[in-house]
Design a protein around this ligand. Structure first.
Ligand code: G3H
Ligand code: 13P
Ligand code: NA
Ligand code: ZN
Length: 316
């Protein structure tokens, strides 16, 4: 069945890699994630956001994930699979997911004042741990795509808070803010400017305060130019899309970062192939054709992540 993240993170910590946390909202995405992870022998965290629940229904997503465990076995590799709530924003939402069979939840109190974040996170942990469900908390705020001023990114995680937060809440993992952000437009670059490095100094400070404790990176898509170009070639309009360079993620994966969240890269690969198929095969009207092509591309993209970036391949 589905497993929580405890053993996955222990192994990732011991061996210096990161478990992929891929978001899914539909059948083709979860099929691609499972095929890629089974074929590369990688553990995986299937993530469901509040938006995904609203789009597809939490019960349906739960049974897709339960089915995915069997599907991986059929593909010849019984990989550990967790079903995780991404960015839970209330106690009630976390409880609902736990009642629906999720094996892990995130309570994101990062926008709250510190003491309120502690109280809310502890409340979720106390409930979740009764059912052996693991909990991810967050300290520090990721820059939003709407943020105008880049240097006002200044909600990096304060390393002086992490030990107190983990002790008082009992969380199983902690998401931190070191310069990544959500979406496909992570950095506003002036002409000729390159992507600023992540704040590895903050990560290292957090590792010192929390020895052997699993750290999580959100907003970790790389926004590969080949997909952005394909989207734009076939009628899309994505200008100045930019992500976290793969080298930075490789480095992070070797550290106490045990979970790396990727959603946008999957969306880009999927959209690129749907656009290409519809544009180059205009008489096709069977959704299996364009969704199937998109799914195949996703498999490739996820395998490349596991093998070449996260180091999660061949860990099962
Ligand atoms: O962190 C956000 C994830 O990429 C999920 O996005 O809320 O649009 O489903 P969503
Ligand atoms: P990206 O938008 O960089 O894929 O981040 C996804 C994420 O953090 C989900 O929680
Ligand atoms: Na790691
Ligand atoms: Zn996130």
């Amino acid at each position: 069945g589905l497993v929580n993240t405890k053993e996955m993170f222990a192994d990732a910590m011991k061996n210096g890699y990161a478990v992929p946390a891929y978001n899914f909202n539909n059948l083709e995405q979860i099929q691609a994630i499972i095929q890629a992870c089974a074929e590369t022998k990688s553990p995986v965290i299937l993530q469901v956001s509040k938006g995904a629940r609203n789009y597809a229904n939490a019960t349906i997503l739960r049974y897709l994930a339960v089915g995915a465990v069997e599907y991986a076995k059929e593909l010849g590799c019984s990989i550990p699979i967790a079903l995780h709530l991404d960015h839970g924003d209330s106690y009630e939402l976390c409880v609902d997911c736990i009642e629906k069979g999720f094996s892990s939840v995130m309570i994101d109190g990062s926008h709250l004042p510190y003491e309120e974040n502690v109280a809310l996170t502890k409340k979720v942990v106390d409930y979740a741990h009764q059912f052996d469900v693991t909990v991810e908390g967050e300290l520090g705020v990721l820059a939003g795509i709407e943020d105008e001023v880049q240097s006002e990114h200044s909600h990096y995680t304060d390393p002086d808070q992490v030990e107190d937060f983990v002790k008082r809440t009992g969380v199983d993992s902690l998401a931190i803010s070191i310069g990544t952000s959500h979406g496909a437009y992570k950095f506003k670059l002036k002409p000729g400017e390159s992507v600023p490095p992540l704040r590895f100094d903050i990560l290292e400070e957090c590792e010192k305060r929390l020895p052997n404790f699993p750290i999580v990176l959100h907003g970790a898509s790389s926004v590969l130019p080949e997909y952005v170009e394909l989207i734009n070639k076939y009628g899309g309009k994505m200008e100045n899309a930019v992500g976290v360079p793969e080298d930075q993620l490789r480095k992070a994966a070797k550290s106490a970062v045990c979970k790396i969240n990727i959603d946008s890269d999957g969306r880009l690969a999927f959209t690129a192939k749907v656009r290409e198929t519809l544009a180059t095969q205009p008489s096709e009207f069977d959704p299996r054709k364009y969704l199937g092509n998109a799914r195949s591309e996703l498999v490739k993209a996820y395998k490349a992540k596991n093998e070449n970036v996260l180091g999660s391949a061949n860990r099962v």
